[in-house]
Design a binder for this molecule. Structure first.
Ligand SMILES: *[C@@H]1O[C@H](CO)[C@@H](O)[C@H](O)[C@H]1NC(C)=O
Ligand SMILES: *[C@@H]1O[C@H](CO)[C@@H](O)[C@H](O)[C@H]1NC(C)=O
Length: 302
C-alpha cells in the first residue's frame, strides 16, 4: 500500500511505522560503523551503510579482519543482506566470513553466529537468515590469517525491541497490536491494543530515529465502545518525562467512528516518541492501528 515508494535518502525518508515490524526498513542504514583497519580513506567502514552498493569498505590484509555496525537499539535480527564487491579477482575474499549479532562490541566471539558466508557472486547481494537473534551490534568478520574484508553494503532487517509500550494491558490486547500492520478490521478487534480501565491510560511508540512527523493515522475499534477514544491526545517529542506524555500535543481526537481510520496533521513536529494518552479517571485506551508518517533527520549519520 502506501509504502510502495520508500526512499532511503536524507531529505526524504518516508516512514510507515507499522511496517518497521514487517522488515521493510534497513536498521543499519546510516548507523555508526567501524572496522579493524582501513585500506585507505576511500574504503571506510561507513560505506557499507550508506545505501549505495557501489561504495565499499576494505580492510588491510591482516589476521581476523572485522566490520561492525551499532544499530543504537536492540533488534531481533531476522535477515542480513550482504553485497559483495563487483570485482572478479576479489569476490572470493568474502568466502568464510561470519556474521554475528549481539551486545558485545569489543568481544566478537561473545556474539551469536547468525550465518557463515560460503560464497557470494561478484557484485551480488546475499540474504542471510538470522532467525531472530537479538542484539544491538552486527559484526562481520573473517577468521584466519592473511584475510581482507570488503563489503559494498550490509543491510539489517528485523524488529526493534521494546519500541512500543502502554500504561497497562488488558488480557492479550498487547501494545504491539497497534503497529502490527493490520488496522484490525479483518480480524474484528483481535488486532488491537488496549489498556485496563485506569487513570490517564497511555500508549507510546519509539521511532528508530528522530522524525519530522507530518501526520498520524489512528484506527478506532469497531466491536463496541467507540466513544472511549474521545479526548485522546496525540503527543510527539523527544522527552520521556512522564513517560513521554508531557511532549507537545499534535492533536486531540474528538471522536472516530467505529472501525474508521482518521488522519491527524502534525505539521512536521519533531520527535522520536509518539504517545497517545486519554487524560482523566476511569478511562480505557484501545487502538487498532497507529501509523506515523514523516521525514527522517540524518542526526545519526555521524
Ligand atoms: C533478498 O531478499 C530481497 C527482499 O526480500 C529479495 O528481493 C531478493 O530477491 C533476495 N535476494 C536473493 C539473492 O535471494
Ligand atoms: C471504568 O470503570 C468504572 C467503574 O467500574 C466504570 O464506571 C467506567 O465506565 C469504566 N470506564 C470505561 C471506559 O469503561
Amino acid at each position: 500500500m502506501l509504502l510502495g515508494n520508500v526512499q532511503y535518502t536524507c531529505i526524504s525518508f518516508f516512514l510507515l511505522c507499522s511496517l518497521l515490524f514487517r522488515d521493510v526498513a534497513n536498521a543499519a542504514l546510516w548507523r555508526i560503523t567501524s572496522q579493524s583497519s582501513d585500506w585507505d580513506s576511500s574504503w571506510i567502514s561507513r560505506y557499507a551503510v550508506d545505501g549505495l552498493r557501489d561504495s565499499c569498505t576494505h580492510t588491510i590484509t591482516e589476521s581476523n579482519p572485522w566490520w561492525r555496525v551499532d544499530l543504537l537499539n536492540e533488534y531481533q535480527v531476522k535477515k542480513v543482506a550482504i553485497t559483495n564487491r563487483d570485482a572478479l579477482a576479489a569476490s572470493e575474499r568474502i568466502n568464510g566470513a561470519v556474521i554475528r549479532v549481539g551486545n558485545f562490541p569489543d568481544d566478537i566471539y561473545s556474539n551469536n553466529v547468525c550465518a557463515v558466508i560460503s560464497t557470494i557472486p561478484s557484485g551480488a547481494t546475499a540474504n542471510l537468515s538470522c532467525g531472530g537473534i537479538e542484539g544491538r551490534y552486527v559484526i562481520v568478520h573473517i577468521p584466519g590469517d592473511v584475510k581482507t574484508l570488503s563489503l559494498c553494503e550490509a543491510e539489517v532487517y528485523g524488529h526493534l525491541i521494546g519500541a512500543v509500550i502502554q500504561s497497562s494491558t488488558s488480557g492479550n490486547w498487547f501494545a504491539e497490536k497497534a503497529i502490527d500492520g493490520n488496522r484490525g478490521l479483518q480480524q474484528l478487534y483481535m488486532g488491537c491494543s488496549s489498556t485496563l480501565n485506569q487513570t490517564n491510560p497511555w500508549w507510546r511508540v519509539a521511532l528508530p530515529h528522530i522524525y519530522r512527523v507530518s501526520r498520524v493515522v489512528v484506527t478506532n475499534r469497531n466491536d463496541c465502545c467507540t466513544e472511549q477514544i474521545n479526548g485522546a491526545e496525540i503527543r510527539i517529542g523527544n522527552s520521556l518525562e512522564n513517560n513521554g506524555n508531557n511532549n507537545p500535543i499534535c492533536a486531540v481526537i474528538p471522536a472516530i467512528p467505529a472501525g474508521e481510520s482518521y488522519s491527524y496533521s502534525c505539521g512536521g513536529m519533531e520527535g522520536r516518541y509518539v504517545n497517545l494518552i486519554i487524560p482523566g479517571n476511569m478511562k480505557i485506551l484501545t487502538l487498532c492501528e497507529v501509523e506515523v508518517f514523516g521525514k527522517g533527520i540524518c542526526s545519526t549519520f555521524l
